[in-house]
Design a protein around this ligand. Structure first.
Ligand code: IPM
Ligand code: MN
Length: 346
């Protein structure tokens, strides 16, 4: 008797540039890996630079409402040099993260066998950055007065709530329990004494509930040094929104470039869907040529599966990608070829 599989409704936002080329590969891999376990039905959203240039819309409420009702979101890449910095970032990407309360920005970094790190002695690199996703300097609190005059004043205020910090701290400790059981808080508590002190106290309090997890602390400046001098010391890095943004670009680079880095914007309460996207951007310089590496998008689809509780197919994708990189990572291949090679291993 055929078993009835659950069908997940996934919002797909291919976005701009290479996003349109790599996202279909991620979908193909997702389906193949979950075959016999789950089905996917897609709702496509035409959002990003082209839509904005065409009709001025960035993220209409009606579309946001439909996205809210899906089970998960797969996003390609957003960005276009023709559009002023900040418009799509704030109006689309950050609006999604904030409206869907995606308070965990999870960014794993692993140096795969067959990938060359720019570090001379990389060692074993396998850590995950848990970046807070809905607070800090990204809130949009602040403003400008006397704009364009010599007396201009511009402020950006970092908002940190005990509620917002505690929930992401708990996520980091829970994650550490499933990994090597170590959390490193990264902040700048010697200067940002208000927020830094609150983060540290909340970490110390939550840590009491996790006797098996050790934790330490690094200032952000020191963390950028250890990231290149001793990256194997890290297991789970826990940090705020802006520090996490900067540190994860550096992390992507030490594991061979952001082309291998996936990420999840996670609403861990399950109230709204979570969103999975490669860390890299839309790469307008190579868009349309069919040569973009879909690996980060494929790994993002594995994170999506894991988020839905489909651990086994998620692992299959990760193993297929690891094997593919080990065997052919150094070979110049088209987007389609890399996708086909990964599919062949599933
Ligand atoms: C990222 C990006 C975004 C961020 C920008 C585009 C808003 O840099 O996903 O890391 O700063 O979070
Ligand atoms: Mn970034």
């Amino acid at each position: 008797m055929p078993t009835i599989q659950k069908t997940y409704n996934v919002a797909v936002i291919p976005g701009d540039g290479i996003g349109k080329e790599i996202t279909p590969v991620a979908q193909q891999v997702l389906e193949r890996a979950a075959r016999g376990v789950a089905d996917f039905s897609y709702t496509y959203f035409d959002l990003g630079a082209e839509r904005y240039l065409r009709d001025g819309s960035i993220l209409p409420d009606e579309e946001l409402d439909r996205i809210k009702r899906t089970d998960a979101i797969l996003l390609g890449a957003i960005g276009d040099p023709r559009i002023k910095a900040g418009i799509l970032e704030r109006g689309l990407l950050l609006k999604l993260r904030f409206s869907l309360d995606q308070y965990v920005n999870l960014r794993p970094s692993k140096l795969f066998r067959g990938v060359e790190s720019p570090l001379k002695n990389p060692g074993d690199i396998d850590f995950a950055v848990v970046r807070e996703g809905t607070e800090g300097l990204y809130c949009g609190a602040g403003g400008a007065v006397r704009r364009g005059t010599p007396q201009e004043v511009a402020t950006e205020v970092s908002i940190n709530t005990a509620y917002g910090v505690e929930r992401v701290v708990r996520y980091a400790f829970d994650l550490a329990m499933r990994r090597r059981r170590h959390v490193t808080l990264v902040h700048k508590k010697n200067v940002l004494v208000n927020a830094g002190d609150m983060w540290q106290r909340i970490v110390d309090d939550v840590a009491k509930e996790y006797p098996d997890v050790t934790h330490d602390y690094l200032h952000i400046d020191a963390a950028t040094i250890f990231m290149v001098s001793q990256p194997s010391r890290f297991d789970v890095i826990l940090t705020d929104n802006l520090f996490g943004d900067i540190l994860t670009d550096e992390a992507g680079e030490v594991v061979g470039g952001v082309g291998y880095s996936a990420s999840g914007c996670i609403n861990a309460s399950g109230e709204y869907p979570s969103m999975f996207e490669p860390i890299h951007g839309s790469a307008p310089d190579i868009a349309g040529k069919g040569i973009a590496n879909p690996t980060a998008a494929v790994l993002s689809s594995a994170m999506l599966l894991r988020h839905l509780g489909l651990d086994e197919p998620a692992e299959r994708i990760e193993r297929a990608v690891e094997a593919d990189i080990e065997q052919s990572g150094a070979v110049q291949r088209s987007t389609k070829q890399i996708g086909d090679d990964i599919l062949a291993r599933l």
